[in-house]
Design a protein around this ligand. Sequence first.
Ligand SMILES: Cc1cc2nc3c(=O)[nH]c(=O)nc-3n(C[C@H](O)[C@H](O)[C@H](O)COP(=O)(O)OP(=O)(O)OC[C@H]3O[C@@H](n4cnc5c(N)ncnc54)[C@H](O)[C@@H]3O)c2cc1C
Length: 495
Amino acid sequence: MSKKVVIIGGGIAGLSAGIYSAMNGFETEIIEMHDVAGGQCTAWDRKGYRFDYCLHWLVGTSKGAFHEIWKETNVINNETEIIDHKIHSRILDNDGNEFIIYSNIDRWEKYLIELAPEDEASIKQMCKDMRKSALLEPFALAPELRSPWDYIRILPQMMPVFNVIRKFGRMTCQEYFDKLNFKSQKIKSVFFSLYGNRDFSALAFIFMLGWFNQKNAGYIKGGSFPLAQRMVEKFEKLGGKLSYKKRVEKIIVENNVVKGVLLTDGTTIQADFVISAADGYSTIFRMLDAKYMSKEIDFAYKNWELFTPIVQVSFGVKKDIPSEFPIIINITKGLTIGKTMLDNGYSVMNYAYDSTMAPEGKTTIVLRFDSPWKLWENMDATAYKAEKLQIKKDATVCLEKIYPGITEYIEVIDVATPKTDVKYTGVKDGAYEGFMPSKDNMMKSLKMQLPGLQNFYMAGQWLFPGGGLPPSAQTGKWTVQLICKKEKKPFVSNK
Ligand SMILES: Cc1cc2nc3c(=O)[nH]c(=O)nc-3n(C[C@H](O)[C@H](O)[C@H](O)COP(=O)(O)OP(=O)(O)OC[C@H]3O[C@@H](n4cnc5c(N)ncnc54)[C@H](O)[C@@H]3O)c2cc1C
């Protein structure tokens, strides 16, 4: 009889783990607390409009180890249409001054030099660092399974990237910008507004355009919902079982060996292996009562900053509103939406480039802003209702600034708050991408296994600061590689 693998959570990490587990002949069950799979990678429909919560870009749309995962898990197949935006984002200040970030580094370099000829040397240096970062290749094999040869083999190709990591790995964006010593006020103020006022890793900034430059971080037409559904389809085709509306309360352990899970409805499910692809904090501190901790885990959960949660205001607009900019970021400081003071401005996503997001002749536009968890965590129902109403009003004013006259065409407004995210996915404090990548943790990750606990693995965004779909799916694959190794079975990744 084949052994049973139970996976907690049907987000992208859980679905990936489920697919590889089923592919490798294990009886596999995913336990998902929501009534739909996908986790953060989701979308919802209102009056014919689709409001997407996640996908803007997917690293690995054209090549590399992530690309292999997307093909193996049915995220990318012959029918998927990939859109590579020419412009990464358009930045606006309160006076309407514009700054463009192009996806192509050569194009952006030219634009920046025209904008600030006095900074030519600094701009060229920054773009050079970015080009080098594009050489980074993710590993297909779990770290525990790599041999020294796996590292030696990639050394010649990766040497320039290692140099970038060595030089800037422990710098914040602000320190990096200071080092480049830009003179242009415009460049300084845009870069500082976007990345400078927090402990954001310089590497995260440098690596940002590398993938786009290679057209390896496209948008997949249809967005998050069909992406996750294609994974569900693949999982079920391989014979996997996905159980919805079931929440895991505890992981059952006997003599330091995992034996299964206990659900909140009191039922138990036996398993030979358990993979948790749920929220990291809940898994370690609640489902396992913090009994299996390492120094690294303790340090990370005590010290690493979490992503500030977001509020998403989605608009259904009964008019065609074309846009050549997939993202517009208004960096004006000091504005408020509802009770939130906007330290980082707000961003607006016009989905005109994806015809599946709105009925013909209409447009879906999404506005997002950071909103600290402490504002939401103890808000009672009456205050919450009032806050959502106020957000609708204030956000409409912000949208009007970008698209004058739009208000009369708005027929749907939907507000999703940090509380919404916590309710539907259990993510800690609404930190939708887990740990913020900082200069202290950017090159670090947490292990997939916990000390002293057998037959248990973790997958998902909480293992890698910065989160994202690729590392989530990658760790799902890696956990099954480890289980196969333990079972002395060859790992299969293509079925
Ligand atoms: C606004 C936004 C934009 C983003 N944009 C991008 C982007 O463009 N590109 C990109 O790569 N990434 C993006 N991300 C990040 C990406 O969505 C996440 O990093 C990724 O989806 C995390 O996947 P996960 O499976 O690790 O975790 P999650 O998606 O959080 O999945 C965890 C799953 O576990 C379930 N669960 C939790 N607790 C339990 C329990 N006790 N019992 C049963 N089930 C449980 C949850 O319901 C959920 O389905 C974005 C995220 C957001 C929110």
